[in-house]
Design a protein around this ligand. Sequence first.
Ligand SMILES: Cc1cc2nc3c(=O)[nH]c(=O)nc-3n(C[C@H](O)[C@H](O)[C@H](O)COP(=O)(O)O)c2cc1C
Length: 360
Amino acid sequence: MMPLSEILDLARWAPSGDNTQPWRFAIEADDRVAVYGYDTRAQCVYDLDGHPSQISIGALLETIALAATRFGLDAEITRRQGSPDQAPVFDVHFRQVAGISEDALVSQIRERRVHRRPLRLRRLSDQEKKALEAAVEPGFRLSWWEGWQRRGKFACLNFSNAKIRLTLPEAYSVHRNAIEWGARFSEDRVPDTALGASAPTLTLMRWAMASWGRITFLNQYLAGTIAPRVELDLLPGLACAAHCVLVAQSAPTKLADYVAAGRALQRFWLTATSLGLQFQPQYTPLVFARYARQGVRFTTSAQAIEQAQAIRATLDRLLGPDVAVRAVFMGRIGAGKPAEARSIRLPLERLMQLNAERAR
Ligand SMILES: Cc1cc2nc3c(=O)[nH]c(=O)nc-3n(C[C@H](O)[C@H](O)[C@H](O)COP(=O)(O)O)c2cc1C
């Protein structure tokens, strides 16, 4: 018997936006697993055309392929014909292949986690950068933003971007559903202590998020976005070794391109973990820039639409417009101790619910 449950039990530690885990599993034969993906575009303003979910699914598929090597198995992954973009199904066929040994990244799968607090300023060595660059090849490269000035540019970009996040009516329910308050660990959300905010800021955020009325009051009269933006975006944006952008060779257009980006992201992140480096995705500027580029009215707030245009202009200026359209992921990186508070995962039985549903 192939150890398919063990492989899935490891793979479920793949990262996903807000820890949504947009996948369910079914063991369909002794050597075959089906991954039922889905996206959250209908309820999440950040899940633009489902791309972030597709990136997450890519990270999961990469993790399955890596985990398989622990058992000397090769994983052949194909998208099931006719499965729609909103609910893509992937068939994973495992084969025993002589000579396959455990990939060095497998031991990092459970260790990898987001770090949202300040990191050490020490520059990455050339060796570290080369290892990270090799992890995303072929098909992707990394654009590095090091030194105070260049890090500052991304810190400011994220500071401006966070104003959209914190004032966007459409993001309110997303944030409400994504945060588990008073928690160090969360199976299906992000625990508040992993957000990187100080205790007073967390208290303020928790109070404000109880109602949209409180948020608008705080934003209007008390400059309520300033404290969280300074603590969560500006300061950590400066306190790190670098910001880096994952750039595809050609602009992504279809689901397979985003899945490939997710696979590269996971290799990058696991490699960073193996080097003792911590990483925090800062993905939403890419979402707002794309809304602006495509002229999508993603909100009822005219101000947010204008701010998204400014984010797009800044990214175009920093990266160059031809690179900006190929940027598939970005975040901050640096040395530091792994975060203690973290998202954990739904137990495997919950992720296997399709089997149970079918058996009924
Ligand atoms: C597509 C994608 C987008 C993400 N965007 C962000 C982000 O903008 N900010 C952030 O702090 N974390 C972001 N994350 C990290 C997730 O919140 C994190 O992976 C998830 O909560 C699970 O936690 P863990 O990675 O610590 O196990 C993103 C992850 C993925 C895969």
